[in-house]
Design a protein around this ligand. Structure first.
Ligand SMILES: Nc1ncnc2c1ncn2[C@@H]1O[C@H](COP(=O)(O)OP(=O)(O)OP(=O)(O)O)[C@@H](O)[C@H]1O
Ligand SMILES: [Mg+2]
Length: 236
């Protein structure tokens, strides 16, 4: 995913910060459409319904990639739920500007809850399950039997369920989740992910037999030739 915003970019939230929504004719939006096609046609026999997005370390662009991918899939008339399983630094509710009073942790802790607290976004086919209040024991919650049930419940309510997570090398949350989902995407940040770290992350996923679908290269240098090819209107 091209870096369109420069190194000085600070935390940006709200739909207008998500390029797949704000600028669908951009090179980045086209890259997300290619990623969507790769996911949709990954296996015709066993379609991918639940996908984890993770990375080796913090701030490599997991939540950004995930949010843009979710928008891009929803734009093609597939129903999508984005579940925030980063119970340490949740970001999805901020990116989509939805409340986070109730969410994933509320559902996991309150077995009597009948309806999932899904928030509708401004994008018709895209709903969010925010993190909910942060728990003291994220790994246990994500590894619980109740979480397995919740994954199935979410899957029953959308064509695709995408899961955000903390980085792989920091805590076990992402690896635990990956074993329960159809596949995992590893975000590599061209500017900062170190090769050995990427290898360690891949090994961690392989050790638990997670289905590593591939790598999303984020923050790559902007390619002017692609820019012309796709007829993008911007000049920066
Ligand atoms: N391709 C990109 N171009 C410009 N800025 C980007 C790009 N990808 C991510 N960013 C910015 O980098 C910062 C970190 O991104 P993001 O929150 O998606 O990372 P993360 O891996 O989810 O972080 P965390 O480990 O805290 O969950 C954000 O401010 C985001 O807007
Ligand atoms: Mg994040």
């Amino acid at each position: 995913m091209p870096d369109k915003l420069g190194p000085s970019a600070t935390l940006r939230t709200g739909l207008s910060a998500l390029i797949a929504y704000a600028n669908p004719r951009s090179v980045a939006a086209e890259a997300y459409r290619q990623l969507r096609a790769n996911i949709q046609f990954y296996s015709l026999d066993k379609p991918l319904g639940t996908v984890l997005v993770t990375s080796t370390e913090a701030e490599e662009g997991k939540s950004t990639v995930l949010a843009n991918l979710a928008i891009t899939i929803a734009q093609m008339d597939n129903t999508v739920i984005l579940a925030d399983c980063d119970l340490r630094r949740p970001m999805v509710h901020r990116l989509f500007d939805v409340k986070n009073e109730e969410g994933l942790t509320t559902v996991l802790l309150d077995a009597s809850m009948k309806q999932l607290p899904l928030a509708q976004t401004a994008i018709p086919n895209l709903r969010i399950l925010p993190s909910g209040p942060l728990p003291p024991n994220p790994s246990e919650l994500l590894g619980s039997r109740r979480m397995t049930d919740l994954i199935a419940q979410l899957r029953g309510q959308a064509d695709y369920v995408l899961f955000d997570s903390p980085p792989i090398l920091a805590v076990s949350d992402a690896v635990v989740l990956a074993t329960r989902l159809d596949g995992a995407l590893l975000v590599i940040n061209a500017g900062r992910t170190r090769r050995e770290m990427a290898q360690k992350a891949r090994a961690a996923l392989q050790r638990v037999n997670a289905n590593l679908l591939g790598v999303v290269l984020n923050n790559v240098k902007y390619d002017v030739r692609l820019h012309r090819y796709y007829g993008e209107e911007e000049t920066d």
